[in-house]
Design a protein around this ligand. Structure first.
Ligand SMILES: [Zn+2]
Length: 589
């Protein structure tokens, strides 16, 4: 985190951006009591457990424990760095952020990123122009036209062609004074052992890959003949991270949001053909399987995900992985087994929009898909085959957190396998025992979102906000009175900050709190009052002390008891301690 910004400036920018306003641009929030509540943008949920406290400018999620200030929110939500998030908020509030606040390193990094985007943009234009405006691009254009793509689609996706030449792009770009280092970095050119630089993409049709904002971050290139590799992709750079991107997400998210459904396919051409046919809620992961980050991208847009992968070996594996990752999320998932081993691209080209939508309608739930696959893979008429099918399905069933669903899956096996429920249940029991699998019962919904403030919570919450409260706690509360360890370290850290800065501003705290302390801190702020309340604090401290002393009394009396029975005379010491504690309890009462 960058700390060259003064705490005053950070506070000023935070104050100028109402946290509820900012977060509302991403998540609908509703006021309930002191706080605002909404569905957490960082984990998948249907009942709101994400809380924002406008008075203190903090958010905290009771589900996934995401927490922080309006700056942290932007960092987490948009994947920004601290200075980037701060810059965005400064701009939003019209506060000029002094350029000199950036270090040279930061300025150079910003400039470098800007250049990387710019050069990719130029490269996309270069490839697109080659395809659409030059003689040499004709082969590429024909390729796309043969696949049935309209000119509109070719322009929309800015499809291109990398010429069949050693260094056309390299020469064109260096003539424009674009540094070789950038071209190498972006993977647009490579250098061979003799030091000669050549174009990385040659004689390939080109697919620009954009981030969610539509900026070109990389390329995929496909050969026109049978040569290998069939696909080449740009290397990962600071602006291109495959696991975080979905191909065509920038073009699909509006439809996904409207229809609440996202269709996930494997290849560039699957996506483009679908869009070309007018099915525009289709995206693809980039040569990697579905990841949790993809889920995060889709989460706020879609309720349902349709997996429409090729049904070859690799495709089936990818489906399984995606099913695993999507299990127990709030996404509704269905799997589309493409008929006759076709890929979506072929299917859309041959059957058009309506044909594709018809088979989408027929997509089946993951369990049904896995059962079908297992039934195809094994002979369900003999006992060994039946067992193999069970073994294939039990992992999925045992990971299902909803016990009612789990039971219905087990039941659904009886008929196709000709087994009675007793046998299936017995076999399932053995499976979980063998694998030492503990069945999860359904995740408890957050029932009381604002838990009844325990004395400990209240005391620590006061102490981390108000120096006077911290002093009272320091004077009267002992370390062992505080049960939660994170609270003990949090109090100690606050003490240091108080000593060094004379206050407990959240900007100062943020620079020194550990991640765990930060989470606890945000949670406390969201949970409790804003006011310093000396009388209530005193009351709480008194109760906490008595409770703690009683605990200690019990420990010592148990120890004394054990020792005396074992003939250890040290039990007398323990009894003395008990007496002392007893006295102290009376004093506090
Ligand atoms: Zn959450």
């Amino acid at each position: 985190m960058s700390r060259r910004y003064s705490n005053e400036l950070i506070e000023q920018i935070k104050e100028a951006n109402d946290i509820v306003n900012v977060i509302s641009e991403y998540v609908p929030l509703k006021k309930k009591g002191r706080n605002y509540w909404g569905c957490c943008p960082f984990h998948n949920e249907k009942t709101p457990s994400f809380s924002v406290t406008p008075e203190k400018g903090f958010y905290y999620c009771f589900g996934c424990h995401a927490s922080g200030t309006v700056i942290n929110f932007l960092m987490q939500e948009e994947g920004l760095s601290f200075p980037e998030a701060l810059g965005k908020l400064a701009e939003r509030a019209g506060i000029p952020l002094p350029e000199e606040e950036l270090t040279d390193v930061e300025r150079r990094q910003n400039e470098k990123r800007r250049r990387l985007y710019e050069i990719n943009e130029l490269a996309a234009n270069f490839f697109h122009n080659c395809l659409t405006k030059t003689e040499m691009g004709k082969v590429g254009l024909e390729y796309f036209q043969k696949r049935g793509l309209s000119r509109e689609t070719i322009d929309k996706f800015r499809l291109g062609y990398a010429p069949d030449s050693w260094d056309k792009l390299y020469r064109a770009f260096t003539e424009r004074k674009i540094p070789e280092a950038y071209l190498l970095k972006l993977g647009l050119v490579r250098k061979n052992d003799n030091g000669r630089v050549y174009d990385y993409f040659r004689n390939r049709v080109m697919f620009p890959i954009c981030d969610g904002k539509g900026r070109v971050v990389g390329f995929g290139g496909r050969v026109l003949d049978d040569s290998t590799p069939k696909y080449l992709n740009s290397p990962e750079t600071e602006i291109f991270n495959k696991g975080h991107l979905l191909f065509a997400f920038d073009k699909a998210y509006k439809t996904i949001r409207r229809t609440k459904q996202a269709i996930l396919v494997e290849g560039y051409m699957d996506v483009i053909s679908a869009h070309n046919a007018g099915v525009t809620n289709v995206v693809a992961s980039l040569g990697t399987a579905y990841t949790k980050d993809h889920g995060r991208l889709l989460m706020r847009q879609a309720e349902e995900i349709i997996l429409a992968y090729d049904m070859d070996g690799a495709g089936r594996k990818a489906v399984r992985r995606a099913i695993d990752l999507l299990q127990n999320t709030d996404f509704k998932v269905r799997v589309l087994a493409m008929p006759d081993g076709k890929d979506p691209d072929d299917y859309v080209s041959n059957h058009g929009r309506d044909g594709f939508l018809t088979i989408i309608d027929k997509a089946i739930p993951p369990f049904e898909f896995l059962l079908n696959q297992a039934m195809i893979g094994h002979d369900s008429t003999d006992m060994a085959g039946k067992q193999a099918i069970l073994d294939e399905l039990f992992p999925f069933i045992s990971h299902t957190e909803n016990s009612v669903k789990r039971d219905s899956y087990l039941r659904a096996l009886a008929l196709p396998l000709w087994l009675d429920m007793g046998t299936i249940r017995q076999s399932f029991k053995e499976f979980t025992r063998r694998g030492r699998i503990t069945l999860v019962s359904e995740a408890q919904p957050v029932k009381t979102l604002i838990e009844p403030d325990s004395d400990e919570t209240y005391i620590v919450a006061q102490a981390v906000q108000f120096p006077k409260a911290w002093q009272m706690v320091h004077d009267y509360v002992e370390d062992k009175d505080i049960v939660q360890e994170v609270y003990r370290t949090l109090l100690a850290t606050c003490g240091k900050v108080l000593q060094e800065t004379g206050g407990l501003s959240s900007a100062a705290l943020e620079t020194v709190l550990s991640e765990e302390e930060k989470t606890a801190y945000s949670r406390l702020l969201v949970l409790t009052d804003t006011q310093f309340d000396e009388i209530r604090l005193e009351e709480s401290i008194r109760r906490l002390r008595i409770q703690s002393l009683r605990r200690q009394y019990k420990e010592h009396s148990i120890a004394a008891d054990k020792m005396s029975r074992a003939g250890d005379t040290a039990f007398i010491e323990e009894l003395k301690k008990c007496q002392e504690i007893q006295k102290e309890i009376q004093e506090w009462s």
